[in-house]
Design a protein around this ligand. Structure first.
Ligand SMILES: *[C@@H]1O[C@H](CO)[C@@H](O)[C@H](O)[C@H]1NC(C)=O
Ligand SMILES: *[C@@H]1O[C@H](CO)[C@@H](O)[C@H](O)[C@H]1NC(C)=O
Ligand SMILES: *[C@@H]1O[C@H](CO)[C@@H](O)[C@H](O)[C@H]1NC(C)=O
Ligand SMILES: *[C@@H]1O[C@H](CO)[C@@H](O)[C@H](O)[C@H]1NC(C)=O
Ligand SMILES: *[C@@H]1O[C@H](CO)[C@@H](O)[C@H](O)[C@H]1NC(C)=O
Ligand SMILES: *[C@@H]1O[C@H](CO)[C@@H](O)[C@H](O)[C@H]1NC(C)=O
Ligand SMILES: *[C@@H]1O[C@H](CO)[C@@H](O)[C@H](O)[C@H]1NC(C)=O
Length: 197
């Protein structure tokens, strides 16, 4: 009796483990599908593999999971036409690497970008993004690389960028005004690279 109970709980945990390792949470998959549905060129992109019946972690182009949660989303140069308003910022709490570079994303950067609290790499290079950099970007405490050149961003760089203590690479656009608040001085101890294009 005892040994069969032990066996079945072991089986249960093995199955549970396999399940969590192989599949992204359903919430993450649904949120990404909703976002994809807002893209204009749905059949002209590499995202054809993003379907409800496929395995998000193993089959979806550009998605890499860690412990069954979406860890990396890299759809650079994928001919995506869209905006960031439907991006599931609050549904991807374990996302560390977001690369949307070289697409046709337009509109502004939503303040909800701050919900990606584990983000380490953020690359929005070479899109059609406009408006200003939201001050909420300063909440991304783990951010090491921020690349947003090649867009239509304007205005000044928010003071809150100074909160990004882990930042090592910052590439901004040439239309931004490089007015740095005096409180920035001495903040970027680790910043080794600063490109402006
Ligand atoms: C893409 O969608 C358009 C209509 O929106 C259709 O005419 C075209 O055949 C589709 N292409 C492919 C490869 O499915
Ligand atoms: C992102 O995808 C591009 C194109 O597939 C690839 O060249 C690049 O190495 C990828 N980067 C990461 C960090 O996975
Ligand atoms: C972008 O993708 C196209 C194919 O769709 C390829 O020809 C081009 O070299 C890629 N560009 C970069 C910079 O990877
Ligand atoms: C981006 O997409 C819009 C359509 O929404 C199009 O008019 C524009 O030419 C595209 N820009 C680039 C650089 O592909
Ligand atoms: C998401 O970001 C918005 C804007 O910064 C903020 O108001 C909201 O509280 C955040 N939600 C969570 C769950 O962190
Ligand atoms: C994003 O992908 C491009 C390849 O298309 C790569 O050159 C770039 O380094 C990536 N950005 C980050 C932050 O990993
Ligand atoms: C920034 O660009 C927008 C259009 O994208 C424009 O309406 C606004 O006046 C510009 N602001 C500054 C300070 O240049």
């Amino acid at each position: 009796m005892v040994s069969s109970k032990t066996f079945s709980s072991l089986q249960f945990f093995t199955l549970f483990y396999l399940f969590t390792v192989a599949f992204a949470s359903t919430e993450e998959a649904i949120a990404l599908l909703k976002c994809k549905a807002t893209f204009k060129n749905q059949n002209n992109s590499l995202l054809a593999s993003w379907t409800p019946n496929s395995n998000t972690c193993e089959d979806w182009y550009g998605v890499v999971c860690f412990n069954g949660r979406v860890n990396r989303l890299n759809i650079t140069n994928s001919s995506v036409i869209g905006n960031l308003y439907a991006f599931p910022f609050s549904s991807l709490p374990f996302l560390e690497n977001l690369n949307l570079s070289m697409n046709n994303f337009s509109g502004t950067i939503p303040p909800e970008i701050s919900n990606l609290t584990n983000l380490i790499y953020l690359d929005l290079n070479i899109n059609q993004i406009s408006g200003t950099i939201p001050p909420q970007i300063g909440s991304l405490a783990k951010l090491q690389i921020l690349r947003i050149f090649g867009n239509h961003l304007n205005g000044s760089i928010p003071e809150e960028i100074g909160y990004l203590r882990s930042l090592t690479t910052l590439s901004l656009g040439r239309k931004l005004s490089y007015w740095f608040h005096s409180s920035f001085i001495g903040v970027f101890e680790q910043l080794v690279f600063f490109v402006s294009l």
